[in-house]
Design a protein around this ligand. Structure first.
Ligand SMILES: [Zn+2]
Length: 277
């Protein structure tokens, strides 16, 4: 089962030193180890070998005063790439409007918030200028909006926070990463009710989800994926995946869904998320 033009909607492309720091903290907190490369060209070689045509490149800023430079780095890296769709980020304590407007003017396709790590979420009023600019420029947003894998006590995530965003910005396409994981049912309901709500499959639907995320993928039924295929996009968290790249897709392929569903999940939904269709 190969869908031509496959898009991985959840890849992290950041400067090597920042990636090394992120990996160090993920290893310390979750015990994960990583074998995938972090340099853009090597990453893209691995993705291409796996049949991926394009990917959404997501940065995030864990502290203030770094997003502008980070966004510039991602946008420059994407300029040299035939595969990367660059997104940008901003921290709640930055000059939010200035950072986001500059990124959009320079071609960022959307914004990414790693809410628990950045300590600012979809209901944070400091981010309103970013959300208003996403509406103005017709750009999309990816939120790590769920409580997985270890953020159940964070005040910046959860279905309630995401719902506030959806109600406040009905014109902005918003993706809850990882299927919203522990609250997948609530997030799937938002996707059912709102066509601007998207979900990505990242780490939630792989054969390794139970041991790395503490989530049993069979909690999400084949019928639910088929019903929501126009809202669900394939994503992986590559290169920060503590298992082989192919495992992520295998979980989806083994469900033996229809060709139309796979065409949505592996390409068309991401195109819709990016405003291309
Ligand atoms: Zn991620």
């Amino acid at each position: 089962m190969a869908v031509s033009g496959t898009i991985d909607a959840h890849v992290h492309l950041m400067p090597p030193r920042l990636m090394a720091a992120i990996r160090k903290s993920l290893s310390a907190e979750a015990g994960w180890t990583f074998d995938h490369p972090t340099e853009r060209e090597a990453m893209e070689a691995e993705l291409r070998a796996a049949g991926i045509d394009r990917y959404i490149a997501l940065p995030y800023a864990h502290k203030p005063d770094m997003a502008a430079e980070l966004n510039g780095w991602v946008l420059a890296a994407a300029e040299d790439s035939a595969m990367a769709v660059p997104f940008a980020t901003v921290h709640g304590d930055d000059d939010v409007a200035a950072v986001v407007r500059a990124a959009f003017e320079a071609g960022a396709g959307g914004l990414k918030f790693q809410c628990p790590v950045q300590e600012c979420g979809p209901a944070d009023p400091r981010l309103d200028p970013a959300f208003e600019l996403a509406a103005e420029y017709d750009r999309s947003i990816v939120f790590h909006a769920g409580t997985a894998p270890m953020f159940e006590s964070s005040p910046h995530v959860g279905a309630d926070q995401f719902e506030q965003f959806v109600e406040s910005y009905p014109e902005v396409r918003a993706c809850a990463a990882h299927m919203g994981t522990f609250e997948a049912d609530a997030f799937m309901e938002f996707a059912r009710e709102h066509e601007q709500v998207f979900l990505d499959t990242t780490m939630a639907l792989s054969p390794r989800s139970a041991d790395v995320l503490g989530f049993d993928p069979s909690e999400i039924g084949d019928d639910q994926l088929a019903e929501l295929s126009e809202s669900v996009m394939f994503g992986t968290d590559f290169p920060n995946v503590p298992y082989p790249y192919e495992a992520e897709r295998r979980g989806l392929i083994e469900r033996e869904l229809s060709e139309a569903v796979y065409a949505d999940v592996f390409r068309r939904t991401a195109e819709r998320f990016l405003g291309e269709r």
